[in-house]
Design a protein around this ligand. Sequence first.
Ligand code: ADP
Ligand code: MG
Length: 206
Amino acid sequence: MGAGLKMVAGWLLECSREFAARADELDELDRALGDGDHGTNMRRGFAAAETLDLDDLTSSADAMRHVGMALVQNVGGASGPLFGTFFLRVGASWDRSLSTAGIARAVRHGVDGVQARGKAKAGDKTMVDALLAAADSLEASASAGDELSVALDKAASAAEAGRDATVEMVARRGRAALKADESVGVVDPGAVSVALILRTAVHHIG
Ligand code: ADP
Ligand code: MG
């Protein structure tokens, strides 16, 4: 297994463990404005991804495309196709040299795909608010010449700030939009998942 694939496989495996450990907490967050299944959905998607034999994969891009397919195929609702699209698109433009500029491009490509599919804009109180913050941060890091580990740490912090910013937003997309009037004061669970995925990346990549 190459170094890039080893890092990405380790990252995806830890994501799977984190979603298994935090499924109840994420379900509880989704109960406030949605139907209480977000943690269960993410756990199921990543558990399916874990059954794929990563040793058979030839590249880190392959690993991400496999996770994307597992999420699209095994998770219903809004989040499966949206998180699946993210990983499929990141995998499609992943540059195996693992540079800050390359990852910035891949993540932007992923966020563009999520927005094309779900139509959420910045400020709509969705996973997109955390993803856009991470993509912007990675691009700023690429311009500043940050090395990858520094860039990912900043991107994870930006995603966490994007997650926290959803608390004050009014929900405009997905099930939560049906409870728009009650949505201020509650964090968006999809944004919590994005922050988890980015923070986990810091432990493995770079
Ligand atoms: P469902 O809403 O179908 O039950 P989940 O509970 O698994 O799916 O996921 C809910 C999350 O999906 C929300 O917290 C939000 O971040 C994200 N989401 C829902 N609709 C959209 C959309 N149109 N664009 C971007 N993200 C969305
Ligand atoms: Mg839900």
